[in-house]
Design a protein around this ligand. Structure first.
Ligand code: 6PG
Length: 224
């Protein structure tokens, strides 16, 4: 399964997550001259992104991709792009790029096809994953009719519908095969409930478990 790196406070957790992303980006820049981090949305990771954006990285060589997106415009509070644009503003102002998944004036399927084309050649150096208390990660929701597609599609991005998902039930998400190309995968979680769910031996298989059979081992970072 996974070894959990536990931190005493959320402040130290967020600092460690920011440092881990920075380390992966710096490593990729030294290896091939540029770097990509795929980042999750949700309520947990913004402080880590703010700490990251305050670091003196070679921002023009860095691009941020999304792990998943809700089908809402980037002006909407529920938009993961909006979250990244706000939290990463200093990095973006210093020349980092952002690769949106959302496409305006498109159906969910059209948006997914265009995001898939845009993300097809993207080499992900680090993917920062989150986890919901229902065991979803990215937009791999247990109740989604497209869960099988997220696991088995050869595409990088697919359309997903998930009743009750935060922000929008219509989602765009990286697939498991896209994450299989990521050099590093980190899972950032907070709270006793999520950790207990992740580590429980007496539970059904959850979408998040699919991360643990990817080629890159998952580094799980947690604080209460
Ligand atoms: C999203 C996410 C999603 C997130 C989890 C955890 O758009 O909803 O990218 O996969 O990481 O839902 O969300 P919380 O941090 O809010 O618990």
């Amino acid at each position: 399964m996974t070894t959990v790196r536990a931190f005493e406070t959320r402040d130290t957790l967020m600092r460690a997550a920011a440092e881990r992303i920075a380390e992966a980006l710096n490593h990729a820049i030294s290896e091939r001259g540029n770097a990509v981090a795929a980042l999750s949305g949700g309520t947990t990771p913004a402080p880590a992104y703010e700490l990251l954006a305050a670091m003196p990285l070679d921002w023009p060589r860095i691009a941020f991709a999304l792990v998943d997106e809700r089908l809402v415009p980037p002006t909407d509070e529920a938009s993961n792009e909006n979250l990244l644009r706000c939290a990463l503003a200093p990095a973006l102002n210093a020349g980092a790029k952002l690769l949106p998944m959302y496409v305006a004036n498109a159906t969910l399927d059209e948006a997914a096809a265009r995001a898939d084309a845009a993300y097809a050649g993207v080499q992900i150096d680090i993917a920062l994953m989150g986890m919901g208390s229902d065991g979803h990660t990215a937009s791999w929701f247990p109740q989604s009719p497209e869960l099988d597609g997220t696991m088995n599609s050869a595409r990088s991005v697919i359309a997903v519908t998930a009743e009750g998902a935060a922000g929008s039930s219509e989602r765009l998400t990286l697939t498991r095969s896209a994450l299989a190309r990521a050099a590093t995968i980190a899972l950032l979680i907070t709270g006793a409930e999520k950790r207990a769910r992740l580590e429980s031996q007496q539970r059904p298989r959850l979408p998040v478990d699919a991360l643990f059979s990817l080629p890159s081992p998952v580094e799980t970072l947690w604080a209460p």
